[in-house]
Design a protein around this ligand. Structure first.
Ligand code: GLY
Length: 576
């Protein structure tokens, strides 16, 4: 099934030949972790320096922001395997030089044999089945998404990016602190799956430590097979067959037919106008675009800048109050709009000003549940720690905001034998039953119930902001389950309302409220007096979490771009 031979021509101009020979990878990680970079021609920001360098390598070879994003994504599938990979999915929001915006949906789909009963044991929903092991995985979409992005909008093809990623997988790379932490935290579960343990743990079964080298020979072979044979190798060939065999042997549902039927959906993006800016987000099966638009619309009637200037605690409290209301709607109304009736009128300005009317700037309010948008059964979206976000832009006018994931760390923990690919556990993003919380503590309704071929609801929120003339101003997005939505809101408010630079916005302490449970989470970098004010406003507090990991790009008034990566992780921004 496998053949691996690196063709020298693909390496020319690539990683080994130009930017960081193997011996200097560790050095690069230590010395070049710029969190912010400004340039006129091209920029990239990702959570890992090797992925950012893969993007810059494609720019240097004459590629555009699409080629760069594809190469970065593939590299993340090697060096950031706990967060995303070829066995997962992604949502890409892209802008073209003509000013068009496309929302390309490479989200996983439920197996054709899946149903709500799949996850019931002894009459009760069992979330352990949707979180770990053979029933946890949907049909992966990332490979199809990258293939389509590259073919439709790229200029170089994806072979260069695949070869760079294959080379790092084959030679190995130094494990960074987040990967080491996640290997340690998940080693007991990984050991239950012999193939995952063989590839990801030491022979002794111990997790690798930060600074040690992880070699992934099988994954290198898989990447090389994709380079040589294209995505049919994955969806209609040996990879689909190997996964089907694994599933049959272990009680899973995915079949070769699931892979054969997978498709990337091109969906109309969500748009709202906020303070004169066009904020464009991702539609269902993401909940991010709708809820960010809802929250911004609720805020648009308020003087957010003055509220923050008078009292940062009150400003953040206001954001928590709009988060609660949006997330209560999420729990009731949201699901894959190809399967469930998701009302367009969730974005109705009158409906949202009604929802915002009960906000008290001095007290936490109890939000009983979802609202009732007008014409909710008629005006519908037409069918149409963990996770990672990357972004690229170029002077030609392409912008990519791409969030990709295998869901929770290392996904289902199951690896396809001989392929080095971890399968996602995205089935846990469905609502197994009303009131049953998923791994993020989220609840949902029948709108997000399991159904054959349906895509689970996502919080991934790749976002692009345009000015009134349609010129690119800002791209942002994040990783972190539902905290993606609330983090993206805070970054938008910090840049668009408070006038912060993108790097300052990303570095600021974050808060998060997802309505249920009724807790206001905040990062421990938040000044203590602000937390005290939250308590005196009546919020139940949850302290000390790192809330999401975000990347962003802004276009400056002189036409240059500034890329920023999250200071919470060993990420990198770069520019030329
Ligand atoms: N798997 C996390 C999300 O898509 O929201």
């Amino acid at each position: 099934m496998h053949r691996r031979q690196f063709t020298q021509s693909l390496l020319v101009g690539g990683l080994a030949a130009t930017c960081w020979p193997c011996t200097s990878i560790a050095q690069l990680q230590k010395s070049d972790l710029a969190k912010v970079a400004t340039g006129r021609r091209a920029v990239a920001a990702t959570v890992h320096p090797l992925a950012t360098q893969a993007a810059m390598s494609e720019f240097r070879r004459g590629g555009n922001a699409i080629d760069a994003a594809v190469a970065a994504s593939l590299m993340l599938s090697v060096v950031d395997i706990h967060n995303s990979g070829l066995g997962g999915g992604g949502l890409a929001l892209i802008r073209t030089p003509k000013g068009e915006i496309f929302a390309l949906d490479g989200r996983e789909r439920a197996p054709l044999a899946a149903s709500p009963e799949t996850y019931i044991r002894n009459g009760q929903p069992d979330p352990s089945l949707s979180q770990t092991g053979p029933l946890a995985s949907g049909t992966p979409g990332l490979v199809a998404l990258l293939d389509q992005l590259s073919k439709k909008y790229g200029t170089l093809g994806w072979k260069g990016g695949l070869t760079l990623a294959a080379e790092v997988a084959a030679r190995g790379f130094p494990i960074d602190a987040p990967l080491a932490r996640n290997l340690t935290a998940n080693s007991v579960t990984l050991k239950k799956f012999p193939e995952s343990a063989r590839v990801l743990l030491k022979d002794s079964g111990e997790p690798w430590a930060a600074g040690e080298t992880l070699v992934q020979t099988d994954l290198a072979n898989t990447l090389e097979c994709l380079a040589q044979e294209g995505s049919d190798w994955f969806y209609r060939g040996p990879f689909a067959q190997a996964t089907a065999k694994l599933m049959k042997a272990s009680g899973g549902l995915l079949t070769a037919e699931d892979f054969r039927q997978y498709y990337v959906a091109n969906r109309p993006p969500i748009e709202c106008v906020y303070r004169g800016h066009r904020v464009v987000g991702f539609p269902p099966p993401s909940s991010g675009g709708i809820h960010i638009a809802q929250m911004l619309t609720m805020l648009s009637g308020m003087d957010v800048k003055s509220i923050f200037a008078e009292s940062p605690a009150r400003g953040l409290h206001l954001l928590a109050e709009v988060m609660k209301r949006a997330m209560a709607d999420r729990a009731h109304w949201l699901g894959d709009a190809d399967f469930a009736p998701v009302p367009r009128t969730l974005l109705d300005a009158n409906y949202l000003s009604g929802r915002a009317a009960s906000i008290d700037l001095k007290r936490s309010s109890v939000v009983q549940g979802h609202g009732q948008p007008p014409n909710s059964s008629e005006d519908l979206f037409a069918p149409g720690k963990h996770t990672t976000h990357l972004t690229t832009a170029d002077a030609e006018g392409y912008v990519v905001a791409l969030t990709q994931t295998v869901n929770t760390s290392f996904g289902s923990k199951m690896m396809v034998p001989g392929c080095g690919v971890l399968l996602n556990n995205e089935m846990d993003d469905f609502s197994l039953a009303p009131g049953v919380r998923n791994a993020f503590g989220l609840v949902g309704s029948a709108a997000n119930a399991v159904a054959p071929g349906k895509r689970p609801l996502s919080s991934m929120s790749p976002t692009i902001v345009l000015d009134g003339q349609g010129q690119f101003e800002l791209s942002c997005g994040a990783a972190g389950g539902p905290k993606i939505i609330t983090t993206t809101l805070q970054n938008l408010v910090r840049v668009l309302d408070l006038g912060q630079t993108i790097d300052a916005a990303l570095a600021s302490p974050r808060v998060h409220h997802q309505w249920s449970p009724d807790l206001l989470a905040y990062e421990d970098s938040l000044p203590a007096d602000i937390a005290q004010q939250f308590a005196s406003m009546g919020h139940q507090l949850d302290k000390g979490k790192t809330l999401a990991v975000a990347q962003g790009i802004t276009r400056n008034s002189d036409g240059s771009f500034t890329a920023a990566s999250d200071p919470r992780v060993p990420s990198q921004a770069a520019a030329v």
